[in-house]
Design a protein around this ligand. Sequence first.
Ligand SMILES: [Zn+2]
Length: 396
Amino acid sequence: MNGVGNVKHCGVGNLRTIKHRNRYIVLSTLLREGPLTKAQIASQTNLTFATVANIISEFESKQLVCELGRVASQGGRKATLYGINRNVQCFVGVDVQIEKIICAITNFGGDILETLVTPFDVSRGPLESIQCVRTMIDTLTTNLGISLENIGGIGISTPGPIDAEHGIILSPPNMSGWVNVPFREVMEREFSIPCFLERDANAAALGEKEFGAGRGIEHLVYVMVDVGIGLGIIINNDIYYGFNNGAGEIGHVVMELDGPRCNCGNNGCLEAVASGYALQRLFRDRFSDPMTLEKLISISKQGTNEAQKLLIQAGHYLGLAVANLCNLLNPQMVVFGGSLALGSDIYFEQILSTARKHILPMYLHQIRFERAELGQMSGVIGAASIAFKNSICSLS
Ligand SMILES: [Zn+2]
């Protein structure tokens, strides 16, 4: 495939021109609501009929949309219905986590065609991880009977911090040996396909917004609670990055001035009192028992015990942070993902119960709290949709 080096990363939240943004709005409306007539698209998107007609004609010439029948319209004339041409291209999502890699291939409509989960210790380093991704993508394409030529882009979700614009993984605290890794460039060299990098919580937030619990929601926050705690913020349908791409570090808001030491060097951060890592440390300190997070959650389900008490205390801290977040950003929806939020009802219920006590009453009733509908697939689906979104940017 030509032109890999010429494709700019347009940043998920940064569809840079009005033209790109309008294209994306039309495509995502067709994805969500199609098939639709041009007039229906114009009315749903607030774009003019002429703008919609131009975009549809451009998409038709590139075979991205197709005619899907006709309906009666005003004046008795029949209007053409348009829909996404789902089979025109595929996209790959890759979710690099601390202990596993997830890959998925979607069609142009965002439907998942096939997924693969491979246990992988991220401390084995970038090169081995790319070889693992290579094997996984080869397996997926072989299973689907497609070639790399059919793939329009690869979106990659990784723990942060990252430099999304330049595709560099900076130095994630739980990924020793990964410092300033130009992951996107190495992936593009390996596959000769445009690749795009995104921080894991942002990718998961986007996955839930486009295909999960947050469909149609404009203002959404995604709280990822696993070994660490991450946050993806979507405002006005776009990921909010902050000035230096540093937005979303909720794990390091301070909950206890003299609290336990955090991996970041400060004391009493949310991640030091409410994350899976914090729970494991607390359990180990009190009972000299090195416990996996999975086992700790499983013990907490066997009646009242210390594991349960620790989960309630941790859930309380996260509930306070979520209340602060809601009072600050006024989202329509808070989506909770990650193994701790999805795996422990006690923890999840405590988050909601504490948060509800501290969110301003006038806004509380309008905020929806949901668990991630896509489960552990939020990140990989979000990553694939980032590749899709960027491919709209790269249309000439
Ligand atoms: Zn910290």
